[in-house]
Design a protein around this ligand. Structure first.
Ligand SMILES: *[C@@H]1O[C@H](CO)[C@@H](O)[C@H](O)[C@H]1NC(C)=O
Ligand SMILES: *[C@@H]1O[C@H](CO)[C@@H](O)[C@H](O)[C@H]1NC(C)=O
Ligand SMILES: *[C@@H]1O[C@H](CO)[C@@H](O)[C@H](O)[C@H]1NC(C)=O
Length: 198
């Protein structure tokens, strides 16, 4: 009889432990799906796809090497970044990069205008960066994170038309890198957040 009670208690205890473990697994590796955040991710991927097409014609020149713009964001590609990626950190990073690129593209537009170069592609790119940046900001608010402060880059005050062409090659290259990186991050975030495929 006593053994039976002990056994009974033991199985009850085991059952509780199992339920607890189950609960833990659910809360730790399966955060609740947020439909509004998933909608945000879809809109962001759409913006990135649009940006990708602009990044290719931001400059109409052969590739040049230039180290003129060191203020462009340094994007982390490493495997380490992806393996430790969290939703809040990634959205923050994406926001900072997007803001920085937007400042660069806006500056490029004015600089091109000032040296009488065609600036349509820079002008057309900017609204997509703004839209992406707004989506990221809204998502940051949804997950209760602060909007990170963006640093104002220091741009050259004097430049020639040739300098501006080099800047545009540099910025356009960075935009391409940014687009493929952010698309990977966003797809990863969709998976982390258990968003439905469509
Ligand atoms: C993200 O959230 C975690 C836990 O909720 C927190 O420890 C971490 O500091 C946050 N990271 C950022 C960049 O806000
Ligand atoms: C373009 O030229 C105007 C007028 O000369 C100047 O105020 C402005 O700073 C220039 N823009 C850039 C991006 O250098
Ligand atoms: C970010 O969003 C918040 C609330 O939605 C808004 O008050 C704030 O002005 C936005 N910040 C930027 C930089 O757009």
């Amino acid at each position: 009889m006593k053994i039976f009670i002990l056994f009974h208690d033991f199985t009850r205890c085991l059952l509780h432990l199992l339920l607890l473990a189950e609960l833990f697994v659910h809360t730790s590796s399966h955060p609740a799906t947020s439909p509004s955040l998933c909608r945000m991710f879809r809109s962001m991927i759409h913006q990135v796809d649009r940006l990708m097409s602009f990044s290719k014609n931001l400059h109409d020149l052969v590739r040049l090497h230039s180290v003129l713009l060191e203020s462009l964001p340094h994007i982390q590609h490493s495997f380490g970044y992806f393996s430790s990626l969290t939703v809040n950190k990634s959205i923050s990073d994406l926001y900072v990069y997007t803001q920085s690129l937007k400042l660069h593209v806006d500056w490029l537009k004015t600089a091109k205008e000032n040296v009488s170069l065609s600036y349509q592609s820079a002008e057309a790119t900017s609204p997509h960066l703004l839209q992406l940046s707004n989506l990221l900001n809204v998502s940051l608010h949804q997950i209760g994170e602060e909007t990170p402060q963006s640093m104002l880059p220091s741009f050259p005050l004097t430049y020639t038309a040739f300098d501006v062409l080099q800047f545009s090659v540099e910025i356009s290259g960075q935009l391409q890198v940014f687009c493929s990186w952010s698309k990977r991050v966003l797809i990863h975030l969709q998976r982390l957040s258990h968003c439905p495929k469509h």
